[in-house]
Design a protein around this ligand. Structure first.
Ligand code: GCV
Length: 706
């Protein structure tokens, strides 16, 4: 596995010296803090205004100047913000090659005879990103006088996908109602829209899909285009474009046509006219995101056309305006008897080379659906002639909603680092996604947003770190999860190393703990029906076979796991031969993915010397004890973090401890009912009978589909 970049490595091209952490808690820690300010709470600024000059005027540069004035220590070197082609910088002979349109350069320079810190880039947005990088550097202890940084995003489209419905609900959203108040838009532009854009810009996120992929046709009506245009206007100075999810059958529902067949000239004309209408209202509209022929959504397959034919028809409509189409590969059908994990590859792989130049195929990190752990999706590296956009889920649909603390940095980097071996060693998912492996200029990463109207935006303080980690990794997929966690904690809680160390340590073990108590060793999709919150490994009565947990674990008296080798579904054949060979044998399959690929007897000997059953139980136990340790670490920083955020986090950790036990107990009770085995000595019996766990109901859990 390649070495991940540390923050310093990532930030500095020419050396960033002097990372010194202050030892005292910052003063704002004492006051109440509802988390609204995210990682951007005003920090060092005193009454004296720092010296910040902007060499030309634009709304974006003014914002950049204001950000620095509000955050920088007055004692800092004077800061000059300028576009790289500004005549005042000509004598500096700046190295702008490789900067692209969004990269920035920060370095000491003498400008108009004054020693200054120069922040520059080829566009206003690049300078804004540079300004935020200065703020981040200051907040994480860098010596600004020494700052010498060149950084450009590796990925072109860094996009949040909001699964926000027009009625204000959010599918799989656990942070309150939608941020968009569709009812009062376009006339009322809530200050939150600006604050949201600011947070995104601080990370380099440059696109926002406003509405759910399970899209309503109305989102493309004139009234809603005007609402989207109002949001686009707020976001524009922050370098953010808006995109819309498009319902494939909109020509029928909105346009009154008889068909949505992508090869029908009237349908194509309808989309062209609709696109032109959108671009008149939103000249920098990003394009469409489409979920087609998946989970009941309409699509080109309804007319026996391929996904490429559907995507290309839409792509032609937005191409004259510079737009793109992000076409999702999250496609599976209950009518297809093949392993669900194989279906997207089977459908999309033959279409490589058939998509228009402005189409990206958006692929979830794994082949099922955002589980706490999935092997990387076999489509990565398998479609070299197509830009492959990675889709991650920031909202924690399968990871305990907002209440469980699970930092997703390690999940995100695990997939980015995975070596597809499709073009030899080092063909990582990151290189597929950033376009480097196959020379694509168009590249993208999407994160399903975890943002709502809750004061703290993401439902909990630590969930904010997942938004943060997504943004930082979309800018640079080589950053390490650990460094991002520390960087986020320093900015969120202040520089006290006791807090930063505790928060980082809690975060770094949290996702693995959740895997352990919900489904260790490659088990997946074990949650209860509909809400996807608690355990339901026993569920076997849903209409679609692949919606039942029993479909995934296939446990019986003799063994457990999904055989995806040649004796089973042979899904491993979708990977490059070097990967497939390793996965073909349970002894060379990474143990954390074992039951994803193999059906094994309960007494299978694990590397630890334990049987499979003993190992499973020990990992369920380990999951619970890790959460208890996370809780104790948080207790240790009581009084060092403001009361409001400390209390809420402590209460949520208490819920998590309780529910980790619930997951562990319910799962073990069920597995024992199947395998007839007893628990290894020292492992506590479940608190209730299996029937009790089966009887739990949560009809009003948040985030369920509308
Ligand atoms: C937006 C899963 C979720 C659905 C989601 C779907 C998707 O099935 O449970 O809520 O729908 O993924 O990604 O399209």
């Amino acid at each position: 596995m390649k070495r991940r970049l540390s923050r310093i490595g990532a930030l500095t091209a020419a050396g960033l010296a002097g990372c010194i952490f202050a030892t005292a808690a910052m003063p704002e820690m004492a006051r109440a803090n509802d988390g609204y300010d995210l990682w951007l709470a005003p920090s060092a600024a005193g009454t004296a205004v720092p010296d910040v000059k902007i060499l030309s005027d634009s709304p974006t540069l003014r914002i950049a100047g204001d950000e620095l004035r509000r955050d920088l220590k007055a004692s800092a070197l004077p800061v000059v913000l300028a576009k790289a082609d500004d005549p005042a910088l000509a004598s500096l002979r700046l190295a702008t090659a490789g900067m692209g349109t969004e990269g920035y350069l920060i370095r000491p320079a003498t400008i108009a005879g004054r020693p200054s810190l120069l922040v520059t880039g080829r566009t206003d947005t690049a300078v804004l990103y540079g300004a935020f990088a200065v703020i981040r550097a200051q907040r994480t202890g860098a010596d600004l006088a020494q700052l010498n940084v060149a950084s450009a995003p590796k990925v072109k489209l860094r996009v949040l996908n909001h699964w926000d419905n027009l009625d204000g609900s959010v599918e799989r959203g656990y942070a309150g109602q939608s941020l968009w108040d569709w009812w009062t838009l376009p006339d009322f532009k809530d200050q939150r829209y600006t604050d949201y854009a600011r947070a995104n810009a601080s990370l380099g996120i440059n696109g926002v899909v406003l509405n759910n992929v399970n899209a309503k046709p109305e989102s493309l009506s004139a009234a809603y285009i005007a609402k989207a245009a109002a949001l686009a206007e707020v976001f524009r100075p922050w370098g953010i474009k808006v995109y819309l999810s498009a319902r494939f059958s909109a020509p029928i529902e909105l346009g009154g046509l008889k068909t949505a067949d992508p090869l029908d000239p009237q349908v194509a004309a309808w989309w062209q006219a609709k696109s032109a209408e959108i671009y008149r209202a939103i000249p920098d509209f990003g394009g469409f995101l489409v979920k087609a022929n998946s989970e009941g959504q309409p699509g080109p397959r309804d007319y026996h056309r391929s996904h490429a034919e559907g995507a290309n028809m839409l792509a032609a409509a937005v191409a004259p305006h510079g737009g793109v189409v992000m076409w999702r590969a999250f496609v599976y059908a209950e009518t297809d008897p093949d392993d669900r994990a194989k279906q997207a590859y089977t459908e999309f792989r033959p279409l490589d080379g058939k998509f228009a130049d402005n189409v990206l195929v958006q692929v979830k990190n794994g082949a099922i659906d955002f589980q706490p752990r999935e092997p990387f999706h076999p489509l990565f590296g398998a479609m070299p002639r197509t830009p492959m956009m990675l889709e991650l889920q920031i909202t924690k649909e399968y990871l305990g909603f907002a209440t469980h603390l699970a930092y997703l940095g390690p999940l995100f980097t695990e997939v980015l680092d995975a070596d597809t071996r499709t073009r030899g060693k080092g063909s990582t998912v990151a290189k597929v996604v950033d376009g480097a492996l196959d020379g694509h200029d168009l590249s993208g990463m999407a994160g399903v947003a975890n943002i709502g109207r809750d004061r703290d935006w993401s439902g909990s303080t630590f969930n904010q770190a997942n938004w943060y980690a997504f943004g930082r990794l979309a800018w640079n997929p080589a950053l390490s999860a650990d460094v991002i966690a520390r960087e986020w904690a320093e900015q969120t809680f202040g520089a006290d190393p006791r807090v930063v160390d505790a928060a980082t340590s809690i975060m770094m073990e949290s996702r693995e703990a959740l895997v352990d108590y919900t489904g260790p060793l490659g088990l997946a999709h074990l949650m209860d029906t509909g809400h996807h919150y608690g355990p339901g490994p026993w569920v076997d009565d849903l209409a679609r076979p692949e919606w039942n947990p029993t479909y995934y674990h296939k446990a019986d008296r003799n063994g457990i796991g999904f055989d995806r080798t040649r004796t089973g579904s042979n899904a491993i054949a979708q990977y490059a031969p070097a990967v497939a060979r390793r996965l073909a044998d349970p002894r060379t399959t990474p143990e954390e993915q074992l039951l994803w690929f193999h059906h094994l007897p309960w007494d299978w000997k694990m590397q630890s010397g334990r049987t499979l059953w003993e190992q499973m139980v020990s990992q369920y136990d380990r999951g619970v004890t890790t959460v208890e340790r996370m809780q104790a670490q948080w207790r240790d920083v009581k009084g060092l973090v403001d009361e409001e955020r400390w209390n809420k986090t402590a209460a949520y950790l208490q819920i998590q401890v309780k529910e980790a036990r619930w997951w562990r107990d319910a799962s073990l009770a069920y597995w024992m009912s199947v395998n007839g085995l007893s628990l290894p000595t020292g492992s506590a019996a479940p608190a209730h009978e299996l029937a009790w766990y089966k009887a739990q109901r949560f009809p009003l859990a948040p985030g369920q589909a509308h």
